[in-house]
Design a protein around this ligand. Structure first.
Ligand code: SAH
Length: 342
């Protein structure tokens, strides 16, 4: 079966041509798919015979929501998606969040993850597989369907390491931006990485206007390696140099994520280290009091201490914010996503 969602307009034109149809049929299909239709019968400007032909040789192949949890205090919804593209029925999660500037969807890029960060739930079962561009786009369309609201921003901070699945993520971003599709502005997209340096360099080339976030969490090699195995391959100094090169090349402010772990990385000395290492960089530090994941044994820093740290960083000239905590009542907060129902 051909999965059509996730194909570019060009690929769909080609597909139509291969079916013996006029290529502009591909454009029509592309437009319908990006509006979130769930069946070929909804593509009302296609001749009935063509719709029947499509049913016999293709499927839309997005995602369907199998479980939705809402945190009524802030409107956050955690959605368990099931892929329609794969017969194995893999599931993965996304989180719909309401902000003053609009709605945002936190999208998963992989089922599971192989990066092994010790505080994160998504990596506990290892990597199952990469998600396709269509499965990522499917999360956006399905989130709009189940919430009845528009998704204007996406952050790729769900399950998985997006730069470990670079090509599919890149295709997904281009599909979102496509004018005949959703026409989402590059600046409304954010990709977060644990620090795969070669891909950071490629990203600066390919997507200079998309926001980049790097998960730092500790500012010594020894300390960072102890909670993020990826630091062995891509050590801190090289990562910070890559971040510096990124800002010089793109002139874009980079976001550093720093999950505050009680007693691990939140001492005064740790804060001074942040100031020494990041001072002068075109950056913003996003402090996230660690969300509890039972298996990890780590606890989050108090919000009061987090605000205090933000104050010290600000005073030293480093823009810093404490991330609003959305969805913690439904385990929809950072690092708590895993394949689980109920
Ligand atoms: N793999 C990517 C994107 C997914 S995680 C990355 O590492 O950046 C999104 C953010 O949540 C990352 O900064 C990640 O380190 C952070 N995170 C993971 N577990 C967390 C937890 N338990 N509490 C708070 N943040 C967490």
């Amino acid at each position: 079966m051909n999965n059509l969602l996730g194909m570019t307009m060009e690929e769909l034109k080609q597909f139509a041509a291969e079916m013996g149809e006029k290529p502009y049929r591909g454009k029509q299909i592309f437009i319908w798919l990006n509006r979130g239709v769930r069946s070929f019968d909804e593509m009302t400007d296609l001749p009935k015979a063509l719709r029947e032909k499509l049913k016999s040789c293709a499927q839309i192949g997005g995602c369907s929501a199998v479980y939705v949890q809402e945190d009524e205090s802030d409107g956050t919804r955690k959605i368990l998606f099931e892929s329609e593209a794969e017969p194995e029925a893999d599931t993965f999660e996304g989180v719909f969040m309401k902000y003053s500037y609009g709605n945002s969807l936190c999208v998963s890029s992989q089922v599971g993850c192989r990066m092994g960060c010790r505080f994160c739930a998504s990596t506990l079962g290892g990597l199952v597989r990469n998600l396709s561009a269509g499965e990522m786009l499917g999360q956006v369309l399905e989130a709009e369907r189940v919430t009845g609201e528009k998704v204007g921003h996406i952050v790729i901070m769900g399950m998985g390491e997006p730069f470990d699945n670079y090509d599919n993520v890149a295709k997904f971003l281009r599909l979102l931006h496509e004018g005949k599709g959703r026409g989402m502005s590059w600046r409304n997209m954010t990709v977060s990485t644990c620090g795969l340096i070669p891909k950071i360099e490629q990203f600066a080339e390919d997507f200079p206007q998309v926001n980049l976030a790097i998960s730092l969490h500790r500012l010594t090699d020894e300390g960072r390696t102890s909670i993020m195995p990826v630091n062995r391959k891509y050590p801190l100094e090289e990562l910070l140099q890559a971040a510096q090169d990124y800002t010089e090349k793109t002139h874009r402010r980079i976001t550093f994520e720093y999950a505050l772990i009680d007693g691990e990385n939140d001492t005064d000395e740790d804060v001074q280290r942040i100031i020494r290492k990041l001072g002068g960089m075109l950056c913003h530090v996003n402090l996230i009091p660690l969300n509890k994941v039972e298996e990890t044994g780590f606890d989050g820093t108090s919000r009061q201490r987090a605000r205090e740290i933000a104050g010290v960083l600000e005073a030293a000239g480093i823009p810093a914010t404490v991330r609003r905590q959305l969805g913690s009542r439904i385990d929809g907060a950072c690092g708590q996503l895993r394949r689980r129902q109920g």
